[in-house]
Ligand binder design. Structure first.
Ligand code: BEZ
Ligand code: FE
Length: 295
């Protein structure tokens, strides 16, 4: 095909992929090309804007390393991560809702006994969490693997600080009654990293980078859908403007503040502390579906 113009180029590219034998790949790539071309035609993309877009994506890739995932941040701030989660986790109203995974989960966090302190020296007021993990019919889920991660009171995850000592993260297993409990630090609202191209995009579009205070959970149990979610702190000023669009009303928990005194683990606290009680409900896995959540 020759003499391609702005009206015929889309069909030409689609035709070039007509031999693709992977039906799903062909569907996804064809839709991507159609939407990209329509986008360029709609905004009448200039060559300078095209070059700026290429520079932006190049800088996004260059910002990535083993600790920093700028592309996930880009997907999160453009709402693509939450859109993908929402489309793939339309569950029954009883089940706990999923939200974004975010870039700060670390595989292989320390496995700790129930009741442990996950802070590992992280700064913050103590938080005592008690939670239950049940199925939709109320059955307790014993031995569920529960990954927990959170930022410290300065709004940083351990991977954002020098050193490789785990702080604010651990893996627990629920007991026979499907319960878990641990100590951490009370979460605070924090800005997502803004020292890269995503931060520049937020500033250019006059957006703030803040996420409301939350604790992350990933819960896995045989026969149930893996749940990746957060519990957000009730009353946080950013609940309605989360930079990554992750807040669900059902995920807002009461992080109760307490004056100094006896904590749930029996310890005497000489400063203020917080407690959180939350019930997680997992969806049974559909037969033949063992895919985990991503994004
Ligand atoms: C987080 O909650 O850890 C997070 C999620 C999305 C982007 C940045 C951080
Ligand atoms: Fe987070």
């Amino acid at each position: 095909m020759r003499n391609i113009d702005e009206h015929t180029i889309t069909a030409a590219v689609l035709d070039r992929m007509s031999g693709c034998e992977d039906a799903r790949l062909k569907e996804v790539m064809s839709a991507l090309v159609r939407h990209l071309h329509d986008f360029a035609r709609e905004v009448k993309l200039t060559e300078a804007e095209w070059a700026a877009g290429i520079d932006f994506l190049t800088a996004t890739g260059q910002k990535c390393d083993a600790q920093r995932q700028e592309f996930i941040l880009l997907s999160d701030t453009l709402g693509l991560s939450m859109l993908t989660v929402a489309m793939n986790h339309a569950k029954s109203p009883q089940a706990t809702e999923a939200t974004v995974f975010g870039p700060f989960h670390v595989a292989g966090a320390p496995q700790l006994p129930l009741g442990s302190d996950i802070a590992g020296g992280a700064v913050g007021e103590p938080l005592f969490v008690e939670a239950s993990v049940r199925g939709r019919d109320g059955e307790p889920i014993a031995d569920a693997v529960v990954d927990v991660w959170e930022a410290d009171a300065e709004g940083f995850y351990d991977v954002q600080r020098p050193g490789d000592h785990p702080q604010g993260r651990a893996v627990f297993r629920t007991n026979a009654e499907g319960r878990l409990w641990f100590r951490g630090v009370a979460p605070v609202a924090y800005p997502i990293p803004t020292d890269g191209p995503v931060g520049a995009m937020l500033r250019a579009t006059r957006r703030h980078p803040w996420r409301p205070a939350h604790v992350h959970f990933m819960i896995q149990a045989p026969g149930y859908e893996t749940l990746i979610t957060h519990v957000f702190r009730e009353g946080d000023p950013y609940l309605d403007s989360d930079a990554v669009f992750g807040v669900r009303s059902s995920l807002i928990g009461n992080f109760a503040a307490h004056a100094p005194g006896r904590a749930p683990d029996g310890s005497l606290q000489d400063g203020p502390f917080h407690t959180l009680d939350f019930a997680f409900v997992l969806e049974r896995q559909a037969p033949g579906n063992c895919a985990a959540q991503s994004g």
